[in-house]
Ligand binder design. Structure first.
Ligand code: AMP
Length: 308
């Protein structure tokens, strides 16, 4: 029984007000796998790369208990490439380039050994691929969580809505929730999006934390106030990886346990932004994760007594 992660594995070029990198490793499935592998192994990875993707990056994931049998390598193809520029607040960004390359022709065929997946994370990539993966599974996983972004709302809205209708948890950022629902109020947006299918909705608000909606229940977790944010790329995928990593370790899909998952995801995301690319995630030690989760607990913990 295991966790399956589907998503992009990529090269990114990034510009922040504090620095610039031309070609570093990225991709939704890369960040998610690095984060989730701290909590659960094995992870069954589903993605596609070109012959230009470094073998040592694949080997590093394998060494972390990530099964790469489901990662297709197109020897004469180019890996997905994304480039973005962050604004001064480091919270908002513009996509400069999206080159799908091999991702544009991706038609994954799940290996037989992936059929035992108990938890499924559909990271950000084409909704048609997300749908195909769900349809290939003979037994529905206990929980399916899905991430997406405005890019797919703009070019594949019908397929995206179909994918959304098939999952249990949808994860988007605040502007994507507004775009998808046509509502400014996130409470109204959450109602509309839940009516599209997912029983749980997570709305990420960057440095302002994350909200979890389920029916009439709402939970909010702040982001850890950090002195320095170096590169926010992948924070959303890292959050998702930490969340689903915690859920698959505990095998508990209750709202209460999802609250803990949100805290774990937020702690992992706070590491991700400390260095360019997934570098900080690669070197993390369990003691550091535990200490950061404790910092979160401290941050939100207070006693209140109102004397009237
Ligand atoms: P995040 O900062 O969590 O939204 O994730 C950024 C990562 O998502 C980058 O490493 C990109 O390679 C990847 N990415 C960006 N756009 C797309 C897309 N349209 N489909 C799949 N992955 C993407």
């Amino acid at each position: 029984m295991s966790l399956m992660i589907v998503g992009s594995m990529a090269f990114d070029a990034l510009e922040t007000p504090f620095g610039k990198v031309d070609r570093i490793i990225g991709g939704s499935a890369t960040y998610a796998a690095w984060a989730a592998s701290n909590f659960t192994q094995p992870i069954k990875q589903v993605s596609i790369v070109g012959g230009d993707f470094p073998q040592d990056e694949m080997d590093a994931l394998t060494a972390r208990g990530v099964d790469m049998e489901g990662v297709e390598v197109v020897k004469d193809g180019k890996s997905f490439f994304w480039s973005g520029r962050y604004h001064m607040d480091m919270n908002t960004r513009d996509t400069l380039v999206t080159e799908l390359n091999v991702l544009g022709q991706f038609n994954p065929q799940l290996p037989a050994s992936y059929q035992d997946c108990e938890f499924l994370m559909l990271g950000n990539l084409a909704p048609a691929v997300q749908i195909s993966v769900i349809n290939q599974l003979q037994k529905r996983p206990k929980l399916i969580i899905m991430d997406t972004m405005n890019f797919w709302m703009e070019i594949a809205l019908d397929e995206l809505k179909q994918a959304i209708s098939m999952v249990d948890v949808l994860m988007v950022n605040d502007s994507e929730a507004r775009q998808l629902s046509g509502e400014f109020s996130l409470v109204k947006a959450a109602k509309k999006i839940q009516a599209m299918g997912p029983k749980f909705l997570i709305i990420k608000k960057g440095e302002h934390g994350a909200l979890l909606f389920h029916g009439k229940q709402v939970f909010f977790a702040p982001a850890l106030p950090l002195e320095e944010v170096f590169d926010p790329t992948g924070a959303g995928d890292t959050f998702a990886g930490g969340f689903i990593g915690h859920i698959s370790r505990t095998k508990d899909i209750s709202f209460e346990n999802m609250k803990t998952g949100i805290i774990v995801g937020s702690a992992m995301a706070s590491f991700c932004v400390e260095k360019f690319g997934p570098n900080r995630l690669k070197e993390l030690k369990q003691e550091e994760i535990d200490a950061r989760i404790d910092e979160f607990v401290e941050l939100v913990n207070f006693d209140i007594s109102i004397i009237s």
